[in-house]
Design a protein around this ligand. Structure first.
Ligand code: SAH
Ligand code: SF4
Length: 362
């Protein structure tokens, strides 16, 4: 066993690509040891507290055509929806009354004036009706700096924009070759968000076709170099109606993808000790307790789904997305029990800002 080497890496000031490659290739008892160490680091740096972000899947209308995604514009048969203001407000108030502390408004990418105005109005209304007590995260794709600024001024605190794959060559294989899907534009958006003072979230998909372990090592180093505050990494899950589906023979098994995703979470916790890391819904697709497994090895955020049930089947970014028919309440209470079962508690009534962000800005 290489217990010493894992511990030594965890204690290093400058963890390098060789160290990360080593962590990501562990198996058996060594992998378990990695998970013990990452769990201990989580406890020491951010505590065994899990923060809820109520997820509101605002709209599946999207102007982009990412090759992996089930709501891409090329999905011609898909019923397209947008929640009404009342539906969003109801979900936000549910989160507030249940003392979630924070919500995420996520949806397809649209940059038209209507979208900018809709989100601005929703931000204002949510803050008014929840006594300014909720922290709001947006995840609505790439936007101009001006749009990011308007939304920030109207009360958006955080923004999630995954880099998806930090290797530009791999990124190109996952997206059409046009100016709407350029890697440079994605980076520019992340830079604008940082400059404007958002708490910035990013992340990648794990187990993509053509992706190597070295790509994942570089992904971890990218998140570190970009000094990301919040991380959402999850397994890539194939979707039958998408162009990437034809490469499914290149994929790892679901068990391997889950193990690799857990190693990514654990390695990131070791690399960036005080950041927020989400246990993503895609983890739950690979195993019913996939999110709890991620929480047990270093993640500290979950996003209970608050989208009205009738829309959920239309927001399937990938296949077998869980909780398609559960109402918000049911999802939340079973989740709390599961979080307790791994010795963590829920941080009710707390914003759960990334400690990484607050210590940088204090
Ligand atoms: N439109 C916005 C936000 C919604 S998509 C954006 O793209 O940033 C949110 C995330 O879903 C994406 O960042 C992507 O990482 C993830 N996703 C999309 N398709 C997926 C798939 N097939 N498997 C796993 N994750 C997927
Ligand atoms: Fe649209 Fe986001 Fe899906 Fe790409 S990943 S098609 S931007 S919803």
């Amino acid at each position: 066993m290489n217990i010493d080497r894992i511990g030594l890496i965890a204690g290093k000031k400058e963890i390098n690509s060789e160290d990360l490659r080593y962590l990501l290739t562990l198996s058996g008892e060594d992998m378990k040891r990695l998970f013990e160490i990452s769990a201990a680091i989580k406890k020491e740096y951010v505590g065994n507290v899990v923060y809820y972000r109520g997820l509101i899947e605002y709209s599946n209308r999207c102007s982009k055509n990412c090759y992996y995604c089930g709501v891409r514009v090329g999905m011609k048969q898909l019923h397209r929806y947008k929640l009404s203001d009342e539906e969003v407000l109801e979900a936000a108030k549910f989160a507030w009354q249940k003392r979630y502390g924070s919500i995420v408004i996520q949806g397809g990418e649209r940059a038209d004036k209507g979208q900018v105005a809709n989100i601005t109005r929703l931000l204002q209304k949510i803050h008014q009706e929840t006594n300014n007590e909720l922290h709001i995260t947006l995840s609505l794709g790439e936007q101009s700096e001006e749009t990011f600024r308007i939304w920030k001024e109207n009360g958006a605190h955080r923004y999630l924009l995954r880099i998806e794959a930090s290797n530009e060559e791999l990124y190109r294989k996952l997206h059409p070759q046009d100016e709407h899907h350029s890697f440079a534009k994605r980076i520019k958006s992340l830079e604008a968000l940082k400059k404007l003072g958002y708490q910035v979230g990013s992340g990648v998909m794990i187990g993509l076709p053509f992706q190597t372990i070295d790509d994942l090592v570089q992904d971890l180093l990218f998140l570190k170099e970009f000094d990301i505050d919040m991380n959402g990494m999850g397994p890539y899950i194939e979707h039958e109606g998408t162009p990437l589906y034809k490469y499914r023979h290149l994929l790892m098994s679901k068990d391997e993808r889950l193990a690799l995703s857990l190693k990514m979470v654990a390695s990131l916790r070791i690399l960036m000790k005080d950041v927020n890391i989400a246990a993503t819904t895609a983890m739950q697709t690979l195993a019913p307790d996939g999110r709890e497994q991620a929480l047990a090895v270093g993640a500290n955020v979950v996003m209970p789904n608050l989208t009205p049930v009738k829309y959920r089947k239309d927001y399937q970014l990938y296949e077998d997305k869980p909780c398609l028919d559960e109402e918000a309440e049911q999802c939340a209470s079973c989740l709390e029990n599961r979080i307790r079962s791994i010795g963590n508690e829920v941080g009710y009534g707390q914003w759960g800002d990334s400690r990484h962000y607050t210590s940088k800005n204090s």
